[in-house]
Design a protein around this ligand. Structure first.
Ligand SMILES: Nc1nc2c(ncn2[C@@H]2O[C@H](COP(=O)(O)OP(=O)(O)OP(=O)(O)O)[C@@H](O)[C@H]2O)c(=O)[nH]1
Ligand SMILES: [Mg+2]
Length: 299
């Protein structure tokens, strides 16, 4: 391909927790790259999803939901990962929920105001709004608060509605060689993706019982001719959390194992033997060293 016609750039998707950022990235890519759940603060790392269409390579950066409050080291890490995602990008998608504006949205907007980047306002979850005319006053009001480069109402869950968004994003991509192979969909390793799949199942299984104090560490990865053998530890903070995670007669951890294995098999397209262990490692989520050893160091 002639390099001079190629366009490539980074699009950061930012917003408060739970507005649908990871859902949008996954649906744009037609593949699950970033884990999602009904609970806020699901995404912890910045994750790149890569979409190559013709002469355009769009590198999306999904980010942890930005929230105020410093709290534990993990929270600081997550906010930092999201805010640092604003450097070196070409355009920002600021995502909000069509029905709910909170102080956290104000906070994100105040951070964006400090940058000079073009910002598209994405009003997500419009499928939850019966009367679409309701959106107009909100759009008008927000447009007064910030000079958005564009406003796009959408539903991240609905495929096939992204043409105008992609069109708009492409206008902001600079001319330049592709950074990634055309068939590459993420910059993260398989190991990372597997750990994230397991964490997703944990977060989804646990309801509100355990706050987000769960981390996953891959202990073993062995490709044999027939199958891939994987062993992973699920780290929790306390004994009580370990009991909850294991469940009565190991029922819950078994479910987490089955669901994770099914997703991992789909992703790597091979048979998988998955062994999960639950370990108590108290204080990991507020300990900078422990966080680094779990891969939370590389912003
Ligand atoms: N009804 C509806 N629900 C949506 C839509 N997009 C996302 N959701 C739901 O909103 C919830 C949160 O979605 P996520 O993609 O995990 O949100 P996020 O912004 O990545 O959240 P954090 O990673 O915690 O910052 C999930 O239950 C999604 O299914 C949408 O367009 N319509
Ligand atoms: Mg997310």
């Amino acid at each position: 391909m002639n390099a001079s016609t190629q366009h490539c750039g980074v699009i950061a998707i930012v917003g408060r927790p739970n507005v649908g950022k990871s859902t949008l990235m996954n649906h744009l890519l037609g593949q699950k790259i970033s884990i999602t759940s009904r609970k806020p603060q699901t995404t912890r790392h910045r994750i790149h999803g890569i979409l190559t269409e013709g002469d355009y390579q769009l590198v999306f950066a999904d980010t942890p939901g930005i929230h105020r409050g410093e709290g534990r080291a993990l929270n600081r890490y997550m906010n930092q990962a999201a805010v640092s995602a604003l450097t070196g990008v070409d355009v920002v998608c600021f995502m909000v929920d069509a029905l709910k504006w909170t102080e956290a949205d104000d906070y994100v907007l105040s951070l964006l105001a400090k940058t000079e980047l073009p910002v598209l306002l994405l009003i997500n979850k419009v499928d939850t709004v019966d009367d679409k005319a309701q959106l107009l006053p909100q759009i008008e009001q927000l447009s007064k608060q910030y000079p958005f480069a564009g406003v796009v109402p959408l539903s991240a869950l609905r495929d096939g509605e992204f043409a105008s968004l992609l069109q708009e994003l492409k206008t902001h991509l600079p001319v330049g060689d592709f950074w990634f192979d055309e068939d590459q969909v993420t910059d993260r390793s398989l190991r990372f993706m597997v750990a994230e799949i397991i964490r997703e199942k944990v977060v989804r299984q646990l309801g509100q019982e355990i706050p987000h104090q769960v981390a996953v560490e891959i202990e073993l990865w062995n490709d044999t001719p027939k199958l891939t053998e994987i062993a992973a530890s699920i780290l929790v903070e306390r004994d009580g959390q370990k009991r909850i995670l294991i469940g009565t007669q190991g029922e819950r951890i078994k479910k987490i194992g089955i669901q994770s294995r099914e997703d991992i098999e789909k992703m790597i397209d091979r048979q998988v033997m998955l062994n999960l262990w639950v370990k108590v490692k108290s204080g990991w989520s507020d300990n900078d060293r422990a966080l680094r050893s779990l891969g939370y160091g590389d912003l």
